[in-house]
Write a protein that binds this ligand. Sequence first.
Ligand SMILES: Cc1ncc(COP(=O)(O)O)c(C=O)c1O
Length: 345
Amino acid sequence: MKIIDLRSDTVTLPTPAMREAIHHAELGDDVYGEDPTTNHLQQVAAERFAKEAALLVPSGTMGNLICLLSHCARGDEVILGDQSHMFLNEAGGMSALGGIFPHIIPNQADGTMRLEDIEAAIRGDNVHFPRTRLICLENTHNRCNGSPLSSGYTESVATLARRHGLKVHLDGARIFNAAVALGVDVKQLTHSVDSLIFCLSKGLSAPVGSMVCGSREFIAEALRMRKVLGGGMRQTGIFAAAGTLALDQMVDRLADDHANARRLAEGIAQIPGLSIDPARIQTNILFFDLVTDRITAEEFITRLARKGIKCLHTGPSRFRIVTHYGVESEDIATTVSCMRQVMEE
Ligand SMILES: Cc1ncc(COP(=O)(O)O)c(C=O)c1O
């Protein structure tokens, strides 16, 4: 039985071409800046985003934390969404390690924060207040059904930030999904932000790694913060080789994942007892709800797993599915049919 693992796009395995590139990668000590494969990846990433420089880091979580530590001092405040990965799923690193104060405002269903809410959250110069330094966006927005943020929206936030002397950081873990879904060059979604991260190890299928991109000065500080966090590695070309192929070969195919997610959403919408609005699904992430008491959420997930389908239980009666490389078009029909069987059993 084929296991169809829809819990996350982080379960993707490296492609045969990546395994080959890993085998032949030219290596050196990256802490001395001497790993040629890593240096090449960093140059390719910086060029792809038209930023001055880029830095390879072990994970998206460390990349976001490095950016926060590079932008902010202890006691500074960051404005971010209440549904953001940085607030909900990064172990409070900004406070635990950086003494940074999160100021949470509501994410709308499409992953945006209202401009008026952001502006109202910015503190004045007053000894009683923390200093607002940074606004963080997430594109695509994981918990908001993988919604892509438009370049227009990102630019409006950046304009607002500049008016108040603030910086903007983008958690672009899945920024290429946004670019493919919106049909724009990825630079259009990132040119107005001061720093960004993106992940090589999610939909792009590399085994390890995320990239931080920004100005030369910012990346020099990020390099220091990576060292502070113990993220200085050695022969990183082993996985940077796969990262370069991820950028070269794995971006355009994300459109297949989006089409599969949409088909899945349409299928789920037809199953009595399950609820989803397929119109919301624009990329590779979808959430759906169990809306019957004939079966518990635990029973649903367990019975589905027995049929070889894995999805993530994220709330009392809420589930997440993420499509990715390795999930084929026929797996979508199998998944919908297994869900129907589970609901009819
Ligand atoms: C939006 C978003 N940002 C950041 C991360 C963190 O990436 P990592 O798992 O590589 O730490 C994730 C991981 O799923 C994510 O979904």
